[in-house]
Design a protein around this ligand. Structure first.
Ligand code: ADP
Length: 495
């Protein structure tokens, strides 16, 4: 019996491989960064070759780190950065252009035009607001701007894929051209109710239907790796968007289960079961990871979370490591009235203000870097509070437990403040690499390495729980100040 499942976690700035054992524990991991390409302000690209090569390199390094042989890998699961677009020649395998990354804003004008007439119809079918963030307008841009691309696409020579599709196509030597429901639901071409590509949306974004991959459940048969690429034939048994993977990795598989990932940004997802919920509060409806028909989730994204700590470190020089923020924040009793709103690129859910920019308010002569660091960490939890509150309003429920993960969830001060400000329990699992874990669970369940969800639940181990204990008056005052700082951030005068 083979011993391990390999999760390939293809992220925005790095490709990682984590090997898990039968208990869902990490036995080895490796990471390989790759270059970010910024051709113009607001444009973000990756070279698709870098994505594939860095992923293969991290796989090799993980095997080496664990002293594990290829023969011991039972199956592969892929979790990936979502929405990013690759268009390539199906015969030569050559991408016609760099991958256009989810962060890239080049198609804002296309989206503004489409929004005017079609926003409601698109939201009803895809669960998404019309925005450059999603894949559709990026595919359109490539077909309209790369010489001969449209003609080649119409002839049937080009394929489109999100990163899962392209990576799997490459790893299988061009044999598998497929994606999963969770990734398809971020393209803005997929009807989340019929679970089909939507002909009308394809026509609206001018994307030939023949370019689109087959859509399957996240845990499914995605073919075998080509021996000339990884050195052996290994079954690929899962493909899943990173945030849905983390939701599954946290075993949030029942309606009402919620998780929040604290990475560069924050991504809060709630499983809403077989009911797609229409948000009145700026949240997105999306499809979850599954081994059969997917469920629905409500999702809210905060653009800047852990990234504010990076800014304190690299931009202001207040810290030498991100982890230092915790001790510094705890070196003062409170922020002493200082608020930080890290709206570096505007604000995401639930405010959706792409024009506003950040601020620090309430500073006095007595303000020190410790107050500012503390206020910055609090801003991560306060932004999360706003998304949780929006979710509670959409669903008419009270969220009393939040499962957390991601790099910044290592910060004890932040997690305690999160519990306090939400008035809810915050649960941090033992294995914080939940994105990779979700892909490993899905692949392992599909190929029979894991027997059932119950087995996985039994393996999880003791989570760290943060209980709320902030005084109500103090909490109300914190929220009032935050609201005031947010209003100032979004306030504009006509010049
Ligand atoms: P991503 O997957 O988006 O790259 P990660 O989950 O790896 O993000 O988390 C990295 C982010 O978390 C960085 O923005 C970093 O500043 C922040 N971070 C890491 N450790 C801490 C910490 N102890 N306290 C606060 N922030 C942290």
């Amino acid at each position: 019996m083979k011993k391990y499942i390999a999760a390939l976690d293809q992220g925005t700035t790095s490709s990682r491989t984590i090997l898990f054992d039968r208990k869902g524990q990490i036995v080895a991991k490796a990471m390989q960064e790759f270059p970010q390409v910024y051709p113009k302000p607001g444009w973000v690209e990756h070279d698709p070759r870098d994505i594939v090569e860095s992923q293969i390199e991290s796989f090799r390094k993980a095997l080496l780190a664990g002293g594990i042989s290829l023969q011991d890998i039972c199956a592969i699961g892929v979790a990936n950065q979502r929405e990013t677009v690759v268009v390539w020649d199906r015969f030569t395998g050559k991408p016609v252009y760099n991958a256009i990354v989810w962060q890239c804003r080049r198609t804002s004008a296309i989206c503004e035009r489409i929004k005017e007439k079609h926003a409601e119809m698109i939201y009803q079918r895809t669960g998404l607001p019309v925005d450059a963030y999603f894949s559709a307008s990026k595919i359109q841009w490539i077909l309209d701007n790369v010489p001969f691309a449209r003609r080649r696409a119409e002839k049937g020579d080009l394929f489109f894929g999100t990163i899962d599709t392209y990576l799997i196509w490459r790893l299988t030597g061009g044999k598998t051209f497929a994606t999963d429901y969770s990734n398809a639901s971020r393209t803005m071409l997929f009807n989340i109710h019929t679970l089909q590509w939507d002909e009308e949306l394809c026509a609206l974004f001018n994307v030939p239907r023949g370019m689109l991959p087959k859509v399957m459940p996240s845990g499914a048969d995605y073919g075998k790796t080509d021996p000339s690429i990884l050195g052996a034939e290994i079954p690929i048994c899962a493909a899943v968007g990173d945030q849905q993977s983390a939701l599954f990795g946290q075993l949030c598989v029942k309606p009402g289960d919620v998780k929040n990932t604290y990475g560069t940004g924050c991504f809060l997802l709630m499983n809403t079961g077989d009911q797609p919920i229409c948000s009145q509060n700026g949240l997105i409806t999306t499809l979850t990871a599954s081994l059969k028909k997917p469920d629905y989730a409500l999702e809210g994204s905060v653009f800047v979370a852990g990234a504010v700590v990076q800014w304190l470190r690299d931009g202001l020089g207040f810290l030498s490591t991100a982890a230092e923020s915790e001790a510094l924040a705890l070196s003062v009793e409170d922020t002493d009235g200082v608020s930080v709103v890290p709206a570096f690129v505007g604000l995401g859910a639930p405010h959706w203000d792409s024009e506003c920019r950040g601020l620090i308010s309430g500073i006095t002569r007595g303000t020190t870097r410790a107050h500012i660091v503390r206020a910055a960490l609090e801003s991560v939890a306060l932004q999360t509070f706003d998304v949780v509150h929006a979710m509670e309003q959409d669903l008419h429920v009270n969220i009393s437990r939040l499962c957390v993960d991601g790099g910044a969830s290592a910060n004890q001060f932040l997690m305690q403040f999160q519990a306090d400000i939400l008035g809810a329990e915050v649960l941090r699992p033992k294995v914080m690499e939940t994105t990779a874990l979700g892909a490993a669970y899905l692949a392992g369940l599909y190929c029979g390495y894991f027997s059932s969800l119950e087995e996985l639940c039994g393996n999880v181990g003791q989570a760290t729980v943060f209980f709320p204990h902030m005084e109500e008056a103090f909490r109300a005052e914190k929220l009032r100040r935050w609201e005031e700082a947010l209003n100032r951030t979004m306030y504009r005068t006509e010049l």
